[in-house]
Design a protein around this ligand. Structure first.
Ligand SMILES: Cc1ncc(COP(=O)(O)O)c(C=O)c1O
Length: 413
């Protein structure tokens, strides 16, 4: 029997990651930038920037149907990006990935296409911690079709109440659309269990992976979800590029979303036939350069030690949470295993004022409703401040954030 030698584990080094992000050397108000607005959008590594510039400088043309070199190169890069995003998500084939403008468009696609078979009284299961992009497309169906939205409640720590979920499922459930990680509370949901319970009732599941894919490494095949959606700009990629993963033959069965060029096989005066998926869902010239940047971001992420990033972010979250509590703040979301997102508020300081004052010290946080009004109502607050962590943040930055927070609060009280 051979004894496996333990590989020396290289310590996670956020400085090595920081060095790859040009914007992080900026100064704001004569202070070093402390960027803690990652849940809204992450910064971009040099690799992504170079891939996009390279595409425009060397290989740019419209994709598909081209008969010249640049069109072929551009198409190859675009389809390679699809394959990389598929690998990032653990999808079984690149054809299961539809490029969209982001999560919002991906959810609208499913709501619109699947929605064609939803009728009056059919039920849609959502939780009260969804981002508006996973609420409003379903409200549109409620308005148009008379569908009924069933709301899943939360436990006091901000975790999904699985009993409430079980009772929201019923014979008329036509889709379950739940977040895989809240952008406000940082709560991760048990995607595999959500899917298991829904499938037992014959209902398909869409998981919103906008945050979960950043702070973890979801495997769509292991989750078993019918639909999984992500948005490139939170995954260290560019804006304007996101993805819908659809399992099995869903993309064959669903009707198209938008109509136009690229998504057809043939068009006559009388009839239209559609291109095979995923192209059937990609009408018009796609965001070519952005998709290539998204593919590069996926490659960049896959080259990182993602469990180490998650552990690093958890350590930053813990330190920041302790600091905010020590200053007398209220922390929203305390579920075990939550991801690197810290929403907080102070009785005597409006979140907007805090965010503006923090900016004076170079610290970027977000304040507002975070596109989650039903959740704000549940929390009994109008808005919160939110610090959210990424691979490139450091313990020193958490100290700078806490120090700036203390000063900002002193100015406001
Ligand atoms: C959980 C969650 N879902 C959906 C979205 C919407 O993403 P996008 O605006 O890129 O479509 C966000 C963005 O904040 C999010 O955090």
């Amino acid at each position: 029997m051979t004894v496996a030698l333990k590989q020396p584990v290289a310590a996670f080094d956020p400085q090595a990651i920081r060095a790859q992000f040009p914007i992080l050397s900026r100064r704001i108000n004569d202070k070093p930038l402390v960027y803690l607005d990652n849940a809204a959008s992450a910064q971009k590594p040099r690799a992504v920037i170079d891939a996009m510039v390279g595409a425009m400088e060397h290989s740019y043309a419209n994709v598909h149907r081209g008969l010249h070199t640049l069109a072929n190169e551009s198409t190859q890069a675009f389809e390679a990006a699809r394959a990389d995003v598929a690998r990032l998500l653990g999808a079984d084939a690149p054809e299961r990935i539809v490029f969209t403008r982001g999560t919002t468009e991906a959810i609208n696609l499913v709501a619109s296409s699947l929605g064609q078979s939803i009728g009056e009284g059919d039920e849609i299961v959502l939780s009260i911690m969804e981002h508006h992009s996973n609420i409003v497309p379903w409200h549109l169906l409620r308005e148009r079709k008379g569908a009924v939205i069933k709301w899943v409640e939360l436990n006091p720590d901000g975790s999904l109440d699985m009993e409430s979920y079980a009772s929201a499922l019923g014979d008329r459930t036509k889709i379950v659309a739940l977040t895989h990680m809240s952008n406000v509370l940082g709560t991760r949901t048990d995607g595999a269990e959500i899917v298991r319970m829904a499938h037992a009732r014959g209902a398909p599941v869409l998981l919103d992976g906008s945050q979960a894919a950043v702070h973890g490494a979801p495997d769509v095949m292991a989750l078993g979800a019918d639909f999984y959606v992500v948005t490139g700009h939170k995954l260290y990629g560019p804006t304007g590029a996101g993805a819908l993963y659809a399992a099995g033959d869903w993309l064959d069965r669903l009707p198209p979303f938008l109509g136009g060029g690229e998504m057809i096989e043939s068009v006559s005066r009388e009839a239209v036939s559609y291109a095979p998926p995923p192209h059937k869902f990609e009408a018009g010239t796609p965001a070519i350069v952005e998709a290539i940047g998204f593919g590069e971001a996926a490659r960049w992420l896959m080259a990182q030690d993602r469990p180490a990033i998650a552990a690093h972010e958890a350590a930053l979250l813990e330190k920041a949470t302790e600091g905010v509590l020590a200053q007398g703040g209220r922390v929203h979301g305390t579920a075990p295993d939550k991801g690197g997102i810290l929403s907080f508020s102070f009785e005597k300081a409006h979140p907007h004022d805090l965010a503006q004052l923090l900016d004076k010290y170079g610290v970027a946080v977000r304040a507002g409703q975070h596109c989650a009004e039903p959740l704000m109502e549940h929390l009994g607050v109008h808005s919160t401040a939110r610090a959210s962590f990424a691979a490139y943040n450091t313990e020193e930055e958490v100290d700078m954030f806490l120090d700036a927070l203390k000063r900002a609060r002193e100015m406001l009280t």
